[in-house]
Design a protein around this ligand. Structure first.
Ligand code: CAA
Ligand code: NAI
Length: 245
């Protein structure tokens, strides 16, 4: 039990990497607030509750500051503290630069940058009061190396690395570790939108010659949320099969 009695907020927890993280954290003894704007998260939370987990679902758009503040207060009322924040919610709106609309550019920044800022700024006062905390942000190889068709998304995920390092410097001396996970291409709904011929091109670039699994990322979130990573701060942990070296 690597997260015994810890309280974690996981955003984007109704699907994909966030759901896998919630399941993994429960297995390791954590109480989990599953946050998502997709209402199917309520069913996922009920399934976990039926297995004896102490979890709650909150339907929230992370880009909406008022909803985030309200959610964080409700988590405090329900669980009494917040030890871990996994800023996992994110979206893509892919398009070549010449075709990308301003709306799709801005929408991705609103969720992937402002959403991470909103959740972190709302949670940090509670971690400061506690004298400790773990924050894990989700970047992407697209933000580090760039990716065809992802001007908006790459910009947002590079920003996540910048925010991570800034917060690691601001908050480290207050007992709060802030790190980023940098996933490569992982089998979730997000990657399912990529044309098959592009997936084949991508696989050819990965030394392991396959996509990653959600558990590969959940295990990285787990390490960076547990006491085992107490001296890890401001790092970007690549979990990408070695796609770019
Ligand atoms: N890598 C390399 N080449 C790519 C590419 C990629 N990711 N995406 C597109 N291309 C190539 C295409 O193969 C095509 O090449 P040819 O002209 O030689 O045929 C060219 O770029 C133009 O592509 P399309 O014909 O598909 O152009 P389109 O305007 O119809 O669509 C697109 C553009 C929406 C960007 C579409 O190509 C697409 O969805 N590409 C995938 C983008 C991608 O990789 N998204 C990652 C989503 S998963 C994710 O984001 C998770 C993460 O963090 C990594
Ligand atoms: P997914 O699309 O399967 O799940 C994302 C979840 O976030 C969904 O449940 C969605 O409803 C939720 N969400 C989206 N916008 C939200 C908002 N404004 N407020 C609340 N919830 C919101 O995607 P996946 O693959 O699980 O992605 C999780 C994170 O990992 C994202 O930040 C993504 O950018 C990142 N990532 C994913 C990679 C992959 O290959 N799957 C690679 C690199 C990074």
């Amino acid at each position: 039990m690597r997260l015994q009695d810890k309280v974690a907020i996981v955003t984007g927890a109704a699907n994909g990497l966030g759901l896998e993280a919630a399941i993994t954290f429960v297995r390791e003894g954590a109480k989990v607030a599953l946050v998502d704007f997709d209402s199917s998260g309520a069913e996922r939370a009920n399934e976990l509750k039926n297995q004896g987990a102490d979890v709650e679902f909150f339907q929230v758009n992370v880009a909406d500051r008022e909803s985030v503040d309200s959610m964080v207060q409700q988590v405090m009322d329900r669980f009494g503290k917040i030890d871990i924040l996994i800023n996992n919610a994110g979206i893509t709106r892919d398009g070549m630069l010449t075709k990308l609309s301003s709306e799709d550019f801005q929408r991705v920044l609103d969720v992937n940058i402002t959403g991470v800022f909103n959740c972190t700024q709302a949670v940090v006062p509670h971690m400061l009061a506690n004298g400790k905390g773990k924050i894990v942000n989700t970047s992407s190889v697209s933000g580090v190396y760039g990716n065809v068709g992802q001007t908006n998304y790459a910009a947002s995920k590079a920003a996540v690395v910048g925010m991570t390092k800034t917060w690691a410097k601001e908050l480290g001396r207050k007992g709060i570790n802030v790190n980023a996970v940098v996933p490569g291409f992982i089998e979730t709904n997000m990657v399912a939108t990529v044309p098959e011929k592009v997936i084949e091109q991508i696989k050819a670039m990965i030394p392991l010659h396959r996509l990653g699994k959600p558990s590969d990322i959940a295990n990285a979130y787990l390490f960076l949320s547990s006491d085992e990573s107490d001296y890890v701060n401001g790092t970007s942990l690549h979990v990408d099969g070695g796609i770019m070296m």
